[in-house]
Design a protein around this ligand. Structure first.
Ligand SMILES: Cc1cc2nc3c(=O)[nH]c(=O)nc-3n(C[C@H](O)[C@H](O)[C@H](O)COP(=O)(O)OP(=O)(O)OC[C@H]3O[C@@H](n4cnc5c(N)ncnc54)[C@H](O)[C@@H]3O)c2cc1C
Length: 280
C-alpha cells in the first residue's frame, strides 16, 4: 500500500531535528531506519504529517565504553552492534534481529522508541537497568528503562523529544544468556528471555531476567529472579526458579501462540537462558 501524503525534512543536527519536530506538532515523527515506521505508514496505521529524517546524523551514531558504561548512539544500526564481542548480550540480541537487510537499516534508538514488546533490544535495556538520554526543546533528561516503556508501542518520550544516547552498565563480572524462540529463523520472537547473572563460588549474588513479548511492554520476571537470587546456581534451583518466569504476566495470544503456550515458552527459555548465563 501507499502511505498517506507527508512532508519531509532532512535534519542537519539534533537541534535542527528538535526544532522541526516542535514546529510539526503532534503528527511529526522522526525517521531513523524506517523499518518499523514505514511499514506502519504503508498499512495506514500511522499517518505522520511530517517526517524528520535523522538517519544521516553522525552525531547519533557510535559506541563509547567508559567507566563501566556503554553509551550507544541511537542511530547505531543493529549491524553495527551484532559483531562487537565487547558488547556481550547487546551484540548477541542484535544479531538475532530479523535478517541482515533489516539489521543493516534498523537502529537501536528506533527499536527502543518504537517500543514493540516483541523487539529484542528493549528487553535487554530493561534487564540491564539501562536508560536513554532524551533531548527536547527545554533540555535533556535521563529516562530509566523501567520508566520508559508504558504500553504497546507507547513510551514516556514526548512527541518533540529525540533519544540522543542509550546507556547501559557494561555489567563487568556478570554473565548472560539470551534465548529467542520463533517459528522460523529470522522471525520476531514468540517469546524471548534475557538473563543476566552475577555469580561467585557457584552462588548467585544477583540476577536480572527480562521477557520479550510476554505483555504489552518488555517485562522483568521478578518472581523467578527472587527464586534464584542468593542461592546455588545449580540445575535444580534454576529449573525451580524458571517455573515462576511467567508469574504475573498476561501475554497476548496471536497467530503463532496462545497465551498458555507463551507462558510455557517463558518458563523453558528462562531455564535455558539462566543455564547459559550460569555456564551450566
Ligand atoms: C521484516 C522485519 C523483521 C523484524 N524483526 C525484528 C526482530 O526480530 N526483532 C526486533 O527487535 N526488531 C525487528 N524488526 C524491527 C527492526 O529492528 C526496526 O529496525 C526497529 O524496530 C526500528 O528501528 P528503525 O531505525 O527502523 O526505526 P524507525 O522505523 O525509523 O522508527 C521507529 C520509531 O522510533 C522513532 N524514533 C526513531 N529514532 C528515534 C530517536 N532517536 N529518538 C526518538 N524516537 C525515535 C520514530 O519516530 C518511530 O516512531 C523487524 C523489522 C522488519 C521490517
Amino acid at each position: 500500500m501507499i502511505p498517506a501524503e507527508f512532508d519531509y525534512h532532512r535534519a542537519e543536527s539534533v537541534d535542527d531535528a528538535i526544532r522541526a519536530l516542535a514546529g510539526g506538532g503532534e503528527d511529526a515523527k522522526l525517521l531513523a531506519g524506517g523499518h518499523s515506521l514505514v511499514p506502519l505508514m504503508k498499512l495506514r496505521l500511522a499517518a505522520p504529517s511530517l517526517l524528520v529524517d535523522i538517519s544521516a546524523l553522525d552525531e547519533l551514531r557510535g559506541v563509547e565504553t567508559e567507566n563501566g558504561t556503554w553509551r550507544i548512539g541511537p542511530g547505531t544500526r543493529h549491524a553495527g552492534l551484532q559483531d562487537r564481542d565487547d558488547l556481550g548480550v547487546v551484540a548477541h540480541a542484535a544479531s538475532l534481529i530479523a535478517d541482515q537487510q533489516v539489521r543493516n537499516r534498523g537502529t537501536i534508538g528506533g527499536s527502543i522508541a518504537h517500543a514493540d514488546p516483541a523487539s529484542d533490544l528493549p528487553t535487554v535495556l530493561l534487564a540491564a537497568e539501562g536508560s536513554v538520554e532524551a533531548q527536547g526543546p527545554s533540555g535533556s533528561r535521563t529516562i530509566a528503562a523501567a520508566d520508559l516503556f508504558e504500553d504497546y508501542l507507547t513510551t514516556s518520550l514526548a512527541a518533540d523529544e529525540v533519544i540522543t544516547s542509550v546507556t547501559m552498565p557494561s555489567l563487568d563480572g556478570w554473565s548472560w544468556g539470551y534465548e529467542k524462540f520463533a517459528r522460523r529463523s529470522e522471525d520476531w520472537a514468540m517469546v524471548g528471555v534475557c538473563a543476566l547473572v552475577k555469580a561467585s563460588g557457584g552462588q548467585c549474588e544477583d540476577v536480572r531476567i527480562g521477557l520479550t513479548h510476554m505483555g504489552s511492554t518488555p517485562l522483568r520476571a521478578s518472581a523467578a529472579e527472587e527464586a534464584v537470587r542468593g542461592g546455588p546456581l545449580d540445575a535444580e534451583r534454576i529449573a525451580a526458579a524458571a517455573e515462576q518466569a511467567a508469574e504475573g504476566t498476561e501475554p497476548p495470544g496471536d497467530l503463532n501462540a496462545t497465551p498458555d503456550y507463551k507462558r510455557h515458552l517463558a518458563r523453558t527459555l528462562t531455564r535455558r537462558a539462566l543455564e547459559q548465563a550460569a555456564g551450566a
